[in-house]
Design a protein around this ligand. Sequence first.
Ligand code: DAT
Length: 173
Amino acid sequence: MSRTLPNIIITGTPGVGKTSHCELLAERTGLKHLSVNDVVKAKECHEGYDEEYQSWIVDEDKLLDAIEDEVKQGGCIIDWHACDLFPKSWIDLVVVLRVKSEVLYDRLTERKYPELKLQENLDSEIMEVLLQEARDSYDEEIVVELQSNDAEQMDENVDRIEAWLKQWKENNS
Ligand code: DAT
């Protein structure tokens, strides 16, 4: 089965700018912003709430079942801080957003993250955990690393993804 529109994952450590990028990209392209966080909450794809981390414990099988029909139709921008759970066949582009530690520290402090969660996310960004996960899970030619330290970079990133989309449409028409 071939899609008439591609599916894009925007991933990265919490606070890196996934939601901001997805919203801007959805606005400019008409693709659908699929916030996994919202799906997990709305469709209860979780096994409860972890108080210490202040986050849902995601049931990945349930989540995949919940989004499968929609994603298979194409045209989704998937917004999630993990990417290894989605079947390779669903995905056309994986964007890994990156940010400098000091910028991430400020963003997560602003969000009032508990100390443990703050530290783990800073470590995860420094250790390039999401970038590695993306490279391990998808073909290298579909994985792109982009910087998200300021608004100008976000704008450039969205321009680049829009240009990629245009090319994808030409190649797949
Ligand atoms: P995520 O969805 O990855 O958790 P977000 O989009 O909610 O991140 O962004 C977290 C905060 O940082 C939010 O206040 C917007 C800001 N932000 C993110 N990326 C940015 C960028 N490239 N330039 C300026 N602000 C940014």
